[in-house]
Design a protein around this ligand. Structure first.
Ligand code: HEC
Length: 114
């Protein structure tokens, strides 16, 4: 009986890493699904071939989140991007940012092409 709380703590700490690794991958999968509405402008995987649209692949997650909020709240305005940001929920943004900030493949491919 005296050991029960300690065993509980150990069991809880062992369970944490599994939960922590499952959570981001779900966000990324959802983000990838939702990113299909972004590729027309931002390019496949967020690597833009359009000089008037920024590449968002591999960008700092905090920066992407701030910019999405700025568009949504009107602190930053662009006739193409603002309506998109306004249609996104907090959950959409969280998942999209998790996905785009983690994309590096397209950038590496482009670099190798030169
Ligand atoms: C209709 C075209 C269009 C679509 C669709 C679009 N964007 Fe954009 N986005 C833009 C343009 C254009 C800009 C640059 C605006 C500016 O110059 O301020 C931009 C800027 C951004 C930025 C800021 C990047 C930076 O470097 O500051 C983020 C983040 C972003 N878009 C995310 C998204 C996401 C996520 C989606 C999909 C849900 C999306 N965009 C869909 C056109 C689009």
């Amino acid at each position: 009986m005296r050991h029960a709380p300690i065993i509980g703590v150990i069991a809880a700490s062992l369970a944490l890493p599994a939960a922590a690794t499952e959570y981001p991958s779900k966000r990324i999968v959802q983000g990838e699904l939702k990113s299909r509405q972004c590729v027309t402008c931002h390019g496949m995987n967020g690597v833009s071939a359009n000089p008037t649209v920024p590449t968002i692949a591999g960008q700092n997650a905090g920066y992407l989140m701030i910019q999405l909020h700025h568009f949504k709240e009107g602190k930053r305005y662009d006739e193409r991007m603002t309506p998109v940001a306004q249609s996104l929920s907090e959950e959409d943004m969280d998942q999209l940012v998790a996905y785009f900030s983690g994309v590096t493949g397209g950038l590496e491919e482009d670099d190798a092409g030169y």
